[in-house]
Design a binder for this molecule. Structure first.
Ligand code: FAD
Length: 389
């Protein structure tokens, strides 16, 4: 039997946690949403942490469910196809679909996160707490210990249940791992490549320096550059490069001269668009790329993990956030069927959901090899065929 007065503690107010908080508040639950970082609506953003993301129909379904799709679409730029850049600077646009209304969207991560936080905060039954990092979860009692970074004190928050949406490095998942030991399976696989973000600023006098409505790709076999458009006329560029064991890798690109030599050799048309290349290369962090799978996602019918905390994937299908929003849709559907019995809800949710998140995790790794190695050759052959015909 559903109890309207139940309290849900959600840990992690990123994309998944803030959408989940909004949706569960709409269903009538009392929500406390606790986030490690300061409120991103009031502080400056970290540079170089996937500033924009590809939002597809799967993700939009989650936003639609919570009534925020229309507002989110206002933050979007349609990307109608992949713009491939070859090593000589030739470009070729490969549409995602023959139909005008089928495309993916580029959206700002902080913009979308802020929209979701605003919508959640507008609900009477949502309390937001920032600057509190979860250290440990008491899985049997749905209580969690947080460090309050302002005072330095430890504080406890408790709910009838806990939902962990604290991302790939999840502390909720770590508590499951430490407490359940061999009853909790966990795997983490890293790619040999890392990523680094750089920007293409808006054109002088406004507008975009290259074609706006595309996901740009510079595939070079071992490494790859991609760029997604932002509303202000800039693009966020991401370099995927091996960490080591290659002539050009993060280990060898240690001076501005080396960075320019590498980019001039591999991506000469992109260099012309990036006036702050070396400065941003050394100023922005290098991020690792990994896949996390684990099971079970819940403990004692009291705690469940969702989003990247349960299934972090590499970004080559642009589906991590989309899958995390889809988690909210599936969780909502399972709640419709089993509301009132959390243990049943958690078990059924994992049963329905895990095979799909395992599948997209594997597809995303496959698409890494496809994008960096095969897109250029396949598309240029296709273009040549069209030119000959
Ligand atoms: P997160 O967004 O990581 O949010 C977790 C939140 O929990 C954060 O706010 C964090 O500060 C907080 N937190 C962490 N630890 C604690 C703690 N101990 N206590 C309290 N709070 C905590 N996905 C797409 O769909 N499309 C894309 O184009 C795309 N591109 C990507 C590009 C790159 C380079 C990368 C790395 C990822 C990309 N993704 C993309 C994946 C996407 O970023 C993630 O799947 C998505 O952010 C997952 O959302 P989440 O809310 O589960 O986790």
């Amino acid at each position: 039997m559903k109890d309207q007065n139940q309290n849900i503690l959600i840990i992690g107010a990123g994309l998944c946690g803030s959408l989940l908080a909004l949706r569960l508040a709409q269903r009538g639950y009392n929500i406390t949403l606790v986030e490690k970082r300061p409120d991103l609506r009031k502080t400056e953003q970290d540079a170089g942490r996937s500033i924009n993301l590809a939002l597809s129909d799967r993700g939009l379904r989650g936003l639609r469910l919570a009534g925020v799709e229309k507002d989110a679409l206002e933050l979007c730029i349609p990307m109608r196809g992949r713009m491939i850049h070859d090593a000589s600077g030739n470009t070729f646009l490969s549409p995602y679909s023959g139909r005008e209304n089928e495309y993916i969207n580029s959206i700002s991560r902080p913009g979308l996160n802020m929209l979701l936080l605003d919508a959640a905060e507008a609900m009477d039954n949502v309390k937001l707490v920032f600057g509190h990092g979860c250290k440990k979860v008491d899985l049997e009692n749905a209580a969690a210990i947080f460090k309050d970074y302002e005072s330095g004190n430890e504080v406890q928050y408790k709910g009838d249940i806990i939902l962990g949406t604290d991302g790939a490095g999840s502390s909720v998942r770590r508590s499951m791992y430490e407490h359940r030991k061999f009853l909790f399976s966990f795997s983490q696989q890293w790619l040999t490549h890392g990523y680094k973000e750089i920007s293409i600023p808006p054109a002088e006098g406004g507008g975009y320096r290259t074609y706006k409505e595309a996901l740009h790709i510079w595939p070079r076999g071992e490494d790859m550059l991609i760029a997604l458009p932002n509303l202000d006329g800039s693009f966020t560029v991401t370099l995927f490069l091996p960490y080591a064991n290659s002539e050009y890798c993060f280990d060898t690109l240690t001076t501005p001269e080396m960075v320019h030599e590498y980019f001039n050799k591999e991506f000469p048309d992109a260099v012309a668009l990036m006036p702050n290349l070396a400065e941003e290369f050394f100023g922005n962090p290098t991020g690792p790329l990994g896949t996390i799978k684990c099971s079970p996602w819940s403990s004692y019918g009291k705690t469940l993990i969702l989003g990247d905390a349960a299934h972090a994937i590499v970004p080559f299908y642009g589906q991590g956030m989309n899958a995390s929003f889809e988690d909210v849709v599936v969780f909502d559907e399972v709640l419709d069927r089993f509301e009132g019995d959390w243990e049943k809800v958690f078990q059924e949710y994992e049963k329905v959901r895990k095979k799909d998140t395992d599948a997209i995790a594997d597809l995303a790794v496959d698409n890494f090899h496809e994008m960096k190695e095969h897109t250029a050759s396949a598309l240029f052959q296709q273009k040549r065929k069209l030119e000959i015909a």
